[in-house]
Design a protein around this ligand. Structure first.
Ligand code: UDP
Length: 237
């Protein structure tokens, strides 16, 4: 039995880049697609929000002198490239998918239409949300929180690249850092923990959406989380 029937899986851009740290690595995406298929086979409704940090970050672009909103649009286009690559990997292993973009580009994907997205999920299609929220100054974490609220998802799964949950401090820099199994949304904000940006955190809190932060690089982890096993850090309440 599964604990969560409708999920939003947030995949950071970095997760698609593998060791290269940049761009798209097809073997890495193929691995992730297999993990998603296993969860799809359980009958779970899956929406995916793709990040774009493997291509471009608006803030970094702005730091190099590009106007911020313009830099953010470049970032949103990066998330579309990732979404299309993920769609390809899923369809190669016979998982039906639809990509919906928050900025219209009808030749390559559907525009985001909430009711249509829900219908696709009900029909067993994996829906990939690309182009973030469609607005500069936002993040794909915020997109995940927003879409999760809109489609009434049971949980947001925050797949991290090698990090297995939320720690009291950066475990790579502080040997005394401890991992939390459970936290509330308020803990994240009050303790200033680095999980999502504050817009995404407050949206998740206000809409009471549980969050599981876990290591995507560990095979079988998405399935474990969906089945309710104690993997990573669960944030709720
Ligand atoms: N972005 C944006 N609005 C959104 C979502 C994303 O402007 O609603 C831009 C922003 O520039 C961001 C980039 O897209 O830096 C890539 O997204 P993000 O950094 O969230 O990707 P991740 O860190 O998850 O790979």
């Amino acid at each position: 039995m599964v604990k969560y029937k409708r999920i939003v899986l947030k995949i950071s851009g970095e997760a698609l880049a593998g060791d290269a740290g940049f761009g798209i690595q097809p073997p890495v995406i193929a691995k992730i697609a297999k993990e998603i298929k296993a969860v799809h086979d359980l009958g779970v409704q899956i929406a995916i929000v793709c990040g774009g940090g493997n291509m471009w970050r608006g803030e970094a672009g702005a730091a190099m002198g590009i106007e911020r909103a313009q830099a953010d649009y470049i970032g949103m286009l990066g998330t579309v490239m990732n979404g299309l690559a993920l769609q390809d990997a899923l369809e190669q292993i016979d998982v039906p998918t639809r990509v919906q973009t928050s900025i219209e580009m009808r030749q390559i994907a559907e525009p985001y239409i909430r009711r249509k997205a829900v219908r696709h999920l009900e029909k067993g299609r994996v829906v990939i949300f690309s182009a973030g929220t469609g607005n500069p100054y936002f993040s794909t974490d915020t997109t995940a929180a927003l879409r999760a609220a809109e489609i009434n998802a049971d949980v947001i799964l925050m797949g991290k690249n090698g990090v297995d949950g939320v720690y009291s401090a950066d475990p790579a820099k502080d040997a005394t850092a401890v991992k939390y199994d459970h936290l509330t949304h308020m803990d994240i904000i009050a303790k200033g923990l680095n999980v999502m940006d504050t817009t995404a955190s407050s949206l998740s809190m206000d809409n009471d959406i549980p969050l599981v932060v876990f290591n995507m690089n560990e095979p079988g982890n998405i399935e474990r989380v969906v089945k309710g096993e104690n993997v990573g850090t669960t944030i709720e309440g």
